[in-house]
Design a protein around this ligand. Structure first.
Ligand SMILES: Cc1cc2nc3c(=O)[nH]c(=O)nc-3n(C[C@H](O)[C@H](O)[C@H](O)COP(=O)(O)OP(=O)(O)OC[C@H]3O[C@@H](n4cnc5c(N)ncnc54)[C@H](O)[C@@H]3O)c2cc1C
Length: 381
Protein backbone atom coordinates (compact mmCIF):
# COMPACT_ATOMS: atom_id res chain seq x y z
CA UNK A 1 0.00 0.00 0.00
CA UNK A 2 1.32 3.47 -0.87
CA UNK A 3 2.14 6.02 1.82
CA UNK A 4 -0.86 8.18 0.98
CA UNK A 5 -3.34 5.31 1.25
CA UNK A 6 -1.82 4.15 4.51
CA UNK A 7 -2.27 7.64 5.99
CA UNK A 8 -5.79 7.87 4.61
CA UNK A 9 -6.77 4.52 6.08
CA UNK A 10 -6.00 5.85 9.55
CA UNK A 11 -8.39 8.77 9.32
CA UNK A 12 -11.08 7.05 7.24
CA UNK A 13 -13.24 5.77 10.13
CA UNK A 14 -13.55 9.31 11.55
CA UNK A 15 -14.40 10.67 8.08
CA UNK A 16 -17.08 8.01 7.60
CA UNK A 17 -18.52 8.80 11.03
CA UNK A 18 -18.69 12.55 10.36
CA UNK A 19 -20.25 11.97 6.94
CA UNK A 20 -22.99 9.89 8.58
CA UNK A 21 -23.70 12.31 11.42
CA UNK A 22 -23.43 15.60 9.47
CA UNK A 23 -24.54 14.70 5.94
CA UNK A 24 -25.49 18.24 4.88
CA UNK A 25 -22.64 20.21 6.40
CA UNK A 26 -19.47 21.38 4.67
CA UNK A 27 -16.85 18.87 5.94
CA UNK A 28 -14.38 21.40 7.34
CA UNK A 29 -12.70 18.99 9.75
CA UNK A 30 -12.37 16.29 7.10
CA UNK A 31 -10.79 18.73 4.64
CA UNK A 32 -8.40 19.92 7.36
CA UNK A 33 -7.48 16.31 8.13
CA UNK A 34 -6.90 15.55 4.43
CA UNK A 35 -4.62 18.58 4.22
CA UNK A 36 -2.82 17.47 7.38
CA UNK A 37 -1.95 14.06 5.90
CA UNK A 38 -0.93 15.69 2.61
CA UNK A 39 -3.59 14.45 0.17
CA UNK A 40 -3.89 17.60 -1.99
CA UNK A 41 -0.15 18.17 -2.09
CA UNK A 42 0.71 14.55 -2.93
CA UNK A 43 1.71 15.38 -6.56
CA UNK A 44 4.41 17.84 -5.42
CA UNK A 45 8.00 16.76 -4.98
CA UNK A 46 9.21 15.64 -1.58
CA UNK A 47 11.34 18.83 -1.29
CA UNK A 48 8.15 20.89 -1.63
CA UNK A 49 6.34 18.87 1.03
CA UNK A 50 4.64 16.42 -1.33
CA UNK A 51 5.01 12.71 -1.99
CA UNK A 52 5.93 12.88 -5.69
CA UNK A 53 2.75 10.84 -6.03
CA UNK A 54 1.52 9.44 -9.33
CA UNK A 55 -1.96 10.00 -10.75
CA UNK A 56 -2.68 6.37 -9.89
CA UNK A 57 -1.90 7.12 -6.22
CA UNK A 58 -4.28 10.07 -6.28
CA UNK A 59 -7.03 8.09 -8.03
CA UNK A 60 -6.76 5.35 -5.41
CA UNK A 61 -6.88 7.90 -2.61
CA UNK A 62 -9.91 9.71 -4.07
CA UNK A 63 -11.75 6.45 -4.65
CA UNK A 64 -11.07 5.25 -1.12
CA UNK A 65 -12.14 8.58 0.31
CA UNK A 66 -15.30 8.62 -1.82
CA UNK A 67 -16.33 5.24 -0.44
CA UNK A 68 -16.57 6.97 2.96
CA UNK A 69 -17.52 10.52 1.90
CA UNK A 70 -18.21 11.30 -1.78
CA UNK A 71 -18.54 15.02 -1.07
CA UNK A 72 -15.15 15.22 0.64
CA UNK A 73 -13.68 13.27 -2.29
CA UNK A 74 -15.20 15.61 -4.87
CA UNK A 75 -13.99 18.62 -2.91
CA UNK A 76 -10.43 17.36 -2.55
CA UNK A 77 -10.29 16.62 -6.30
CA UNK A 78 -10.17 20.38 -6.91
CA UNK A 79 -6.92 21.33 -5.11
CA UNK A 80 -5.48 17.92 -5.98
CA UNK A 81 -6.17 18.53 -9.69
CA UNK A 82 -4.60 21.97 -9.49
CA UNK A 83 -1.48 20.47 -7.90
CA UNK A 84 -1.33 17.99 -10.79
CA UNK A 85 -1.85 20.85 -13.25
CA UNK A 86 0.97 23.08 -11.99
CA UNK A 87 3.37 20.14 -11.73
CA UNK A 88 2.47 19.23 -15.34
CA UNK A 89 2.97 22.88 -16.34
CA UNK A 90 6.48 22.93 -14.90
CA UNK A 91 7.33 19.69 -16.72
CA UNK A 92 5.94 20.83 -20.08
CA UNK A 93 6.89 24.53 -19.98
CA UNK A 94 8.80 25.92 -22.95
CA UNK A 95 12.26 27.14 -21.89
CA UNK A 96 11.40 30.86 -21.45
CA UNK A 97 8.63 29.97 -18.96
CA UNK A 98 10.37 27.24 -16.98
CA UNK A 99 11.60 29.40 -14.10
CA UNK A 100 8.22 31.11 -13.65
CA UNK A 101 6.44 27.74 -13.66
CA UNK A 102 8.84 26.30 -11.09
CA UNK A 103 8.21 29.37 -8.90
CA UNK A 104 4.45 28.87 -9.29
CA UNK A 105 4.72 25.24 -8.19
CA UNK A 106 6.72 26.29 -5.12
CA UNK A 107 4.21 29.05 -4.27
CA UNK A 108 1.17 26.79 -4.57
CA UNK A 109 2.88 23.99 -2.61
CA UNK A 110 3.69 26.46 0.19
CA UNK A 111 0.07 27.66 0.21
CA UNK A 112 -1.15 24.06 0.49
CA UNK A 113 1.20 23.50 3.43
CA UNK A 114 -0.46 26.50 5.05
CA UNK A 115 -3.88 24.88 4.43
CA UNK A 116 -5.07 27.19 1.64
CA UNK A 117 -7.60 25.77 -0.80
CA UNK A 118 -7.37 26.32 -4.55
CA UNK A 119 -10.74 25.36 -6.04
CA UNK A 120 -12.05 25.03 -9.61
CA UNK A 121 -14.36 27.77 -10.84
CA UNK A 122 -14.64 27.02 -14.54
CA UNK A 123 -18.15 25.87 -15.44
CA UNK A 124 -20.56 28.28 -17.07
CA UNK A 125 -24.30 28.19 -17.63
CA UNK A 126 -25.10 27.00 -21.14
CA UNK A 127 -21.54 26.02 -22.01
CA UNK A 128 -22.55 22.35 -21.86
CA UNK A 129 -19.40 21.61 -19.85
CA UNK A 130 -17.18 22.61 -22.78
CA UNK A 131 -14.12 24.68 -21.86
CA UNK A 132 -13.95 25.94 -25.44
CA UNK A 133 -17.40 27.54 -24.96
CA UNK A 134 -16.13 29.74 -22.11
CA UNK A 135 -17.64 33.25 -22.17
CA UNK A 136 -15.62 34.72 -19.31
CA UNK A 137 -13.10 37.26 -20.55
CA UNK A 138 -9.77 38.45 -19.20
CA UNK A 139 -7.85 41.52 -20.26
CA UNK A 140 -4.54 43.10 -19.39
CA UNK A 141 -4.43 46.03 -17.00
CA UNK A 142 -0.97 47.41 -16.29
CA UNK A 143 1.28 44.52 -15.28
CA UNK A 144 -1.63 42.23 -14.43
CA UNK A 145 -4.97 40.92 -15.71
CA UNK A 146 -8.64 41.45 -14.82
CA UNK A 147 -11.43 38.94 -15.29
CA UNK A 148 -15.18 39.34 -15.93
CA UNK A 149 -17.86 36.65 -16.24
CA UNK A 150 -20.22 34.30 -14.41
CA UNK A 151 -19.28 30.81 -13.27
CA UNK A 152 -21.49 28.07 -11.80
CA UNK A 153 -20.95 25.11 -9.51
CA UNK A 154 -17.72 26.28 -7.90
CA UNK A 155 -17.30 23.68 -5.16
CA UNK A 156 -15.91 25.04 -1.86
CA UNK A 157 -17.59 28.42 -2.53
CA UNK A 158 -16.17 30.99 -0.14
CA UNK A 159 -14.23 28.29 1.76
CA UNK A 160 -11.63 28.47 -1.02
CA UNK A 161 -8.72 30.91 -0.85
CA UNK A 162 -8.21 30.90 -4.63
CA UNK A 163 -10.21 29.90 -7.66
CA UNK A 164 -8.65 28.67 -10.84
CA UNK A 165 -10.82 29.96 -13.65
CA UNK A 166 -10.83 29.66 -17.39
CA UNK A 167 -11.23 32.79 -19.51
CA UNK A 168 -10.60 33.97 -23.05
CA UNK A 169 -7.98 36.63 -23.64
CA UNK A 170 -6.78 38.37 -26.75
CA UNK A 171 -3.23 37.61 -27.94
CA UNK A 172 -2.78 41.42 -27.91
CA UNK A 173 -3.08 41.23 -24.13
CA UNK A 174 -1.21 37.94 -23.74
CA UNK A 175 1.17 37.11 -26.60
CA UNK A 176 0.93 33.41 -27.50
CA UNK A 177 -2.46 33.04 -25.77
CA UNK A 178 -4.46 29.92 -26.56
CA UNK A 179 -8.24 29.78 -27.16
CA UNK A 180 -8.75 29.64 -23.38
CA UNK A 181 -6.34 30.32 -20.52
CA UNK A 182 -6.43 29.49 -16.82
CA UNK A 183 -6.12 32.22 -14.17
CA UNK A 184 -5.70 32.12 -10.41
CA UNK A 185 -7.97 34.56 -8.57
CA UNK A 186 -8.09 35.27 -4.84
CA UNK A 187 -11.62 34.66 -3.58
CA UNK A 188 -11.37 37.81 -1.43
CA UNK A 189 -10.30 40.05 -4.33
CA UNK A 190 -12.51 43.05 -5.15
CA UNK A 191 -15.01 42.21 -7.88
CA UNK A 192 -15.42 38.56 -6.79
CA UNK A 193 -18.98 37.78 -5.66
CA UNK A 194 -19.68 34.27 -4.33
CA UNK A 195 -23.39 33.53 -4.18
CA UNK A 196 -25.17 31.22 -1.77
CA UNK A 197 -27.35 29.32 -4.24
CA UNK A 198 -26.21 25.67 -3.94
CA UNK A 199 -29.05 23.20 -3.40
CA UNK A 200 -27.66 20.01 -4.95
CA UNK A 201 -29.55 16.78 -5.55
CA UNK A 202 -26.50 14.95 -4.17
CA UNK A 203 -23.09 16.12 -2.99
CA UNK A 204 -24.91 18.54 -0.72
CA UNK A 205 -22.00 19.48 1.54
CA UNK A 206 -19.83 20.65 -1.38
CA UNK A 207 -21.15 24.26 -1.42
CA UNK A 208 -20.90 24.37 -5.21
CA UNK A 209 -21.90 28.01 -5.69
CA UNK A 210 -22.34 30.51 -8.49
CA UNK A 211 -19.49 33.03 -8.74
CA UNK A 212 -19.54 36.42 -10.48
CA UNK A 213 -16.38 38.21 -11.56
CA UNK A 214 -16.67 41.91 -12.28
CA UNK A 215 -13.31 43.21 -13.46
CA UNK A 216 -11.68 41.22 -10.66
CA UNK A 217 -7.88 41.36 -10.43
CA UNK A 218 -6.14 38.10 -11.25
CA UNK A 219 -3.33 36.90 -8.99
CA UNK A 220 -1.51 35.07 -11.77
CA UNK A 221 -1.77 33.23 -15.04
CA UNK A 222 -1.88 29.46 -14.62
CA UNK A 223 1.32 28.11 -16.15
CA UNK A 224 2.23 29.97 -19.32
CA UNK A 225 0.47 31.22 -22.49
CA UNK A 226 -1.45 28.38 -24.17
CA UNK A 227 -0.93 26.19 -21.09
CA UNK A 228 -4.07 24.08 -21.58
CA UNK A 229 -3.11 23.16 -25.15
CA UNK A 230 0.57 22.59 -24.52
CA UNK A 231 0.61 20.83 -21.13
CA UNK A 232 -2.80 19.10 -21.65
CA UNK A 233 -3.47 18.81 -17.92
CA UNK A 234 -7.23 18.23 -18.05
CA UNK A 235 -7.14 14.40 -18.29
CA UNK A 236 -5.58 14.48 -14.83
CA UNK A 237 -8.79 15.94 -13.36
CA UNK A 238 -11.06 13.62 -15.38
CA UNK A 239 -9.44 10.50 -13.90
CA UNK A 240 -9.98 11.91 -10.40
CA UNK A 241 -13.65 12.73 -11.09
CA UNK A 242 -14.24 9.17 -12.30
CA UNK A 243 -12.71 7.89 -9.06
CA UNK A 244 -15.44 9.69 -7.09
CA UNK A 245 -18.22 7.76 -8.84
CA UNK A 246 -16.33 4.52 -8.46
CA UNK A 247 -15.97 5.19 -4.74
CA UNK A 248 -19.76 5.53 -4.49
CA UNK A 249 -20.06 1.96 -5.82
CA UNK A 250 -17.49 0.76 -3.32
CA UNK A 251 -19.37 2.50 -0.51
CA UNK A 252 -22.64 0.84 -1.56
CA UNK A 253 -21.02 -2.58 -1.90
CA UNK A 254 -19.59 -2.19 1.57
CA UNK A 255 -22.92 -1.03 3.01
CA UNK A 256 -24.79 -4.01 1.55
CA UNK A 257 -22.10 -6.68 1.55
CA UNK A 258 -20.32 -6.29 4.89
CA UNK A 259 -21.33 -8.35 6.80
CA UNK A 260 -22.36 -10.69 3.97
CA UNK A 261 -26.13 -11.13 3.68
CA UNK A 262 -27.79 -14.51 4.31
CA UNK A 263 -29.67 -14.67 1.02
CA UNK A 264 -27.81 -16.67 -1.70
CA UNK A 265 -29.60 -14.61 -4.37
CA UNK A 266 -28.35 -11.41 -2.81
CA UNK A 267 -24.84 -12.82 -2.52
CA UNK A 268 -24.90 -13.70 -6.21
CA UNK A 269 -26.01 -10.20 -7.19
CA UNK A 270 -23.35 -8.66 -4.95
CA UNK A 271 -20.70 -10.95 -6.48
CA UNK A 272 -21.76 -9.78 -9.93
CA UNK A 273 -21.60 -6.18 -8.76
CA UNK A 274 -18.14 -6.78 -7.32
CA UNK A 275 -16.92 -8.08 -10.71
CA UNK A 276 -18.26 -4.99 -12.45
CA UNK A 277 -16.67 -2.74 -9.83
CA UNK A 278 -13.30 -4.49 -10.16
CA UNK A 279 -13.42 -4.27 -13.96
CA UNK A 280 -14.16 -0.53 -13.86
CA UNK A 281 -11.43 0.02 -11.30
CA UNK A 282 -8.87 -1.82 -13.41
CA UNK A 283 -9.86 0.24 -16.48
CA UNK A 284 -9.52 3.50 -14.58
CA UNK A 285 -6.22 2.59 -12.93
CA UNK A 286 -4.70 1.44 -16.21
CA UNK A 287 -5.81 4.75 -17.75
CA UNK A 288 -4.33 6.73 -14.84
CA UNK A 289 -1.05 4.83 -15.23
CA UNK A 290 -0.75 6.24 -18.76
CA UNK A 291 -0.82 9.87 -17.53
CA UNK A 292 1.94 12.22 -18.53
CA UNK A 293 1.85 15.93 -19.45
CA UNK A 294 1.33 16.69 -23.15
CA UNK A 295 0.32 13.07 -23.78
CA UNK A 296 -1.49 13.87 -27.02
CA UNK A 297 -4.99 13.35 -28.44
CA UNK A 298 -5.07 9.54 -28.23
CA UNK A 299 -4.49 9.58 -24.50
CA UNK A 300 -6.98 12.44 -24.05
CA UNK A 301 -9.60 10.39 -25.91
CA UNK A 302 -8.81 7.31 -23.83
CA UNK A 303 -9.38 9.35 -20.67
CA UNK A 304 -12.73 10.63 -21.94
CA UNK A 305 -13.74 7.03 -22.68
CA UNK A 306 -12.62 5.77 -19.30
CA UNK A 307 -14.25 8.68 -17.44
CA UNK A 308 -17.49 8.27 -19.40
CA UNK A 309 -17.62 4.51 -18.92
CA UNK A 310 -16.77 4.56 -15.25
CA UNK A 311 -19.16 7.35 -14.26
CA UNK A 312 -22.02 6.03 -16.41
CA UNK A 313 -21.65 2.42 -15.25
CA UNK A 314 -21.05 3.42 -11.64
CA UNK A 315 -24.32 5.34 -11.64
CA UNK A 316 -26.18 2.36 -13.11
CA UNK A 317 -24.59 -0.03 -10.65
CA UNK A 318 -25.40 2.24 -7.72
CA UNK A 319 -29.04 2.31 -8.88
CA UNK A 320 -29.13 -1.50 -9.12
CA UNK A 321 -27.57 -1.90 -5.71
CA UNK A 322 -29.99 0.63 -4.25
CA UNK A 323 -32.88 -1.40 -5.69
CA UNK A 324 -31.53 -4.43 -3.84
CA UNK A 325 -30.99 -2.58 -0.60
CA UNK A 326 -34.47 -2.93 0.86
CA UNK A 327 -36.99 -0.69 2.56
CA UNK A 328 -34.90 0.32 5.55
CA UNK A 329 -32.57 2.24 3.23
CA UNK A 330 -35.48 3.96 1.45
CA UNK A 331 -35.08 7.17 3.40
CA UNK A 332 -33.98 10.48 1.93
CA UNK A 333 -31.00 10.79 4.26
CA UNK A 334 -29.93 7.14 4.49
CA UNK A 335 -26.23 6.65 3.65
CA UNK A 336 -27.21 4.26 0.85
CA UNK A 337 -29.66 6.76 -0.68
CA UNK A 338 -27.03 9.50 -0.43
CA UNK A 339 -24.46 7.34 -2.24
CA UNK A 340 -27.00 6.84 -5.02
CA UNK A 341 -27.62 10.60 -5.38
CA UNK A 342 -23.90 11.41 -5.09
CA UNK A 343 -22.99 8.92 -7.82
CA UNK A 344 -25.02 10.91 -10.37
CA UNK A 345 -22.62 13.85 -10.04
CA UNK A 346 -20.08 11.84 -12.02
CA UNK A 347 -22.14 12.00 -15.19
CA UNK A 348 -22.65 15.76 -14.74
CA UNK A 349 -19.02 16.55 -14.04
CA UNK A 350 -16.90 17.83 -16.87
CA UNK A 351 -17.28 16.57 -19.53
CA UNK A 352 -20.94 15.93 -18.75
CA UNK A 353 -22.43 12.83 -20.34
CA UNK A 354 -23.89 14.29 -23.58
CA UNK A 355 -20.71 16.23 -24.33
CA UNK A 356 -18.57 13.17 -23.61
CA UNK A 357 -20.74 11.03 -25.90
CA UNK A 358 -20.45 13.66 -28.65
CA UNK A 359 -16.66 13.59 -28.23
CA UNK A 360 -16.62 9.80 -28.46
CA UNK A 361 -18.67 9.80 -31.67
CA UNK A 362 -16.47 12.47 -33.21
CA UNK A 363 -13.21 10.76 -32.36
CA UNK A 364 -14.31 7.18 -33.05
CA UNK A 365 -13.06 6.75 -36.65
CA UNK A 366 -9.53 7.90 -35.82
CA UNK A 367 -9.37 6.38 -32.36
CA UNK A 368 -10.78 2.94 -33.12
CA UNK A 369 -8.02 2.05 -35.56
CA UNK A 370 -5.33 3.15 -33.15
CA UNK A 371 -6.86 1.69 -30.01
CA UNK A 372 -7.74 -1.62 -31.62
CA UNK A 373 -4.34 -1.95 -33.25
CA UNK A 374 -2.82 -1.46 -29.79
CA UNK A 375 -1.05 1.77 -30.69
CA UNK A 376 -0.09 4.57 -28.40
CA UNK A 377 -3.14 5.49 -26.26
CA UNK A 378 -1.21 4.51 -23.12
CA UNK A 379 2.21 5.63 -24.20
CA UNK A 380 2.93 2.51 -26.22
CA UNK A 381 2.58 0.08 -23.32
C1 LIG B 1 -21.76 18.30 -7.59
C2 LIG B 1 -21.09 19.09 -8.66
C3 LIG B 1 -19.94 19.80 -8.35
C4 LIG B 1 -19.27 20.54 -9.36
N1 LIG B 1 -18.16 21.23 -9.01
C5 LIG B 1 -17.56 22.02 -9.94
C6 LIG B 1 -16.43 22.82 -9.59
O1 LIG B 1 -15.95 22.82 -8.44
N2 LIG B 1 -15.91 23.63 -10.52
C7 LIG B 1 -16.41 23.69 -11.78
O2 LIG B 1 -15.89 24.44 -12.58
N3 LIG B 1 -17.47 22.93 -12.16
C8 LIG B 1 -18.06 22.10 -11.27
N4 LIG B 1 -19.16 21.36 -11.63
C9 LIG B 1 -19.68 21.49 -13.02
C10 LIG B 1 -19.38 20.31 -13.94
O3 LIG B 1 -18.00 20.06 -14.01
C11 LIG B 1 -19.93 20.51 -15.36
O4 LIG B 1 -19.09 21.31 -16.12
C12 LIG B 1 -21.26 21.12 -15.41
O5 LIG B 1 -22.13 20.33 -14.63
C13 LIG B 1 -21.72 21.17 -16.86
O6 LIG B 1 -22.59 22.21 -17.01
P1 LIG B 1 -24.19 22.03 -17.24
O7 LIG B 1 -24.54 20.60 -17.13
O8 LIG B 1 -24.87 23.00 -16.36
O9 LIG B 1 -24.25 22.46 -18.70
P2 LIG B 1 -25.45 23.07 -19.57
O10 LIG B 1 -24.77 24.05 -20.42
O11 LIG B 1 -26.60 23.53 -18.77
O12 LIG B 1 -25.84 21.82 -20.41
C14 LIG B 1 -26.82 20.88 -20.00
C15 LIG B 1 -26.57 19.56 -20.66
O13 LIG B 1 -26.72 19.67 -22.08
C16 LIG B 1 -25.54 19.29 -22.74
N5 LIG B 1 -25.20 20.24 -23.78
C17 LIG B 1 -25.34 21.58 -23.72
N6 LIG B 1 -24.91 22.16 -24.87
C18 LIG B 1 -24.48 21.13 -25.63
C19 LIG B 1 -23.92 21.07 -26.94
N7 LIG B 1 -23.71 22.17 -27.65
N8 LIG B 1 -23.59 19.86 -27.41
C20 LIG B 1 -23.79 18.75 -26.69
N9 LIG B 1 -24.32 18.74 -25.45
C21 LIG B 1 -24.68 19.92 -24.95
C22 LIG B 1 -24.45 19.33 -21.71
O14 LIG B 1 -23.42 18.39 -21.96
C23 LIG B 1 -25.16 19.08 -20.41
O15 LIG B 1 -25.20 17.71 -20.11
C24 LIG B 1 -19.81 20.59 -10.68
C25 LIG B 1 -20.97 19.87 -10.98
C26 LIG B 1 -21.61 19.12 -10.00
C27 LIG B 1 -22.85 18.38 -10.37
Amino acid sequence: MGKLLARLDEILPAIRERDATEPEVFPAQTIADLYAIGVPRAPFSVELGGLAGSLRDSVEAVETLASASPSAALLICMPLSLAGFVVAGAAAAPAPHRAACAAQVARVAADYKAGLVYAACNSEKGAGGSIAATQTMAHRQGEGFRITGEKILASFGRRASHFFSTAKISPDDLPGAGAVEGFLVKTTAPGVEILDDWDGFGMRPTESQTVRYRDAPVESLLGFPNFLEVAQPIPYAFCLFAAVSLGCVRGLLRALGVPAPQSPALRLRLSEALMRYEAMRAYLLETADGWRPAAGPLYAARVVRAKTYVTQESTKLCAELFALSGGRHYRRGSPVARLLADSFAGTALRPPLPLALDALVESFPAIAADALDGREALGGR
